[in-house]
Ligand binder design. Structure first.
Ligand SMILES: *[C@@H]1O[C@H](CO)[C@@H](O)[C@H](O)[C@H]1NC(C)=O
Ligand SMILES: *[C@@H]1O[C@H](CO)[C@@H](O)[C@H](O)[C@H]1NC(C)=O
Length: 266
């Protein structure tokens, strides 16, 4: 019963979500368009319009991160590095050069096309990788893991963000109480239809007699009516009534006899 409800509601919900205003995560531009990467981006929708900051290991830099929005106010930069002394901002990656890879409870986000290295890494463009993992905590924890730049190519900055946005959706569990009610309801339905068919087809009952165990239930009904009668009616009334009747009927009878006598012809 509940399952069929979910089957009806889920497409409705998807339809409504489709009608809903466009995703902020669509501001991100995927390097290679793919449906699965698009879906991975949409999963990050709750993280948009937020600025995440963290300090570097040596506390000489801080990092500013936004999901598909300008970090540190720099156009198209999703992740920037800020020099603590001079306050100078360095573009690490563009959200307009994105990849998004999704696992069961994580999304790996790439921001590429940052400012070129001066001397390291064959002077290639900087890039950021942000590992967004499921966390049941309601607060998002952002931190830098490492800057891997001691090599000729494919250097990267690696960050971590713990968030409940990427947690797998657990199908809602029906509580024990409602399971009990469902079972009772189903048993009742089976009893009523089964009993009805038995009474009608096997016993050949007609009218209210088709109701299963009709006599038993009507007896229960009568008994409870009696019980209610006993409990609900006030005691005074009950004791008064017989005396009233006893006194009232006797003189009335005599009077009537007397009146009859008058009517008899003398
Ligand atoms: C997110 O930010 C954009 C641009 O600043 C703004 O137009 C939009 O209303 C914001 N959305 C939410 C949900 O705060
Ligand atoms: C990153 O964004 C900036 C600003 O829009 C742009 O000048 C730069 O070319 C972009 N990088 C890449 C690789 O597209």
């Amino acid at each position: 019963m509940l399952l069929s409800l979910r089957i009806i509601i889920t497409p409705l919900y998807v339809l409504l979500a489709g009608v809903q205003a466009e995703f902020i995560t669509d501001n991100c531009k995927l390097i290679s368009q793919s449906k699965s990467e698009q879906n991975a981006l949409h999963l990050l929708e709750p993280l948009t319009n937020q600025t995440f900051t963290t300090e570097g290991k040596e506390k000489d830099f801080s990092y500013i991160f936004q999901v598909c929005g300008d970090a540190g106010g720099i156009k198209d930069a999703g992740l920037v590095q800020q020099d603590k002394k001079g306050g100078k901002l360095v573009r690490i990656g563009n959200y307009t050069n994105t990849r998004a890879i999704r696992g069961s409870d994580w999304v790996l986000l790439f921001y590429e096309g940052g400012e070129k290295y001066d001397s390291h890494c064959s002077q290639e463009a900087r890039r950021a990788m942000i590992m967004i993992s499921c966390s049941t905590s309601t607060t998002n924890a952002f931190s830098v893991v490492l800057e891997d730049n001691q090599k000729q190519q494919d250097c990267y900055y690696l960050f971590e963000l713990d968030s409940n946005a990427v947690c797998p959706v657990i199908p809602s569990k029906v509580s024990a109480g409602s399971i009990f009610l469902i079972i009772v309801f189903c048993c009742l339905a089976v009893y009523l239809t089964g009993g009805f068919l038995y009474q009608r087809l096997v016993v050949g009952a007609k009218g209210v007699e088709q109701f299963p165990n009709y006599t038993f239930w009507s007896e229960i009904g009568n008994l409870s009516a009696d019980g209610c009668d006993f409990v609900c009616r006030s005691r005074g009334n009950r004791e008064e009534r017989p005396t009233y009747r006893g006194v009232a009927t006797e003189p009335l009878g005599e009077e009537q006899e007397e009146r009859d006598d008058h009517l008899l012809p003398m």
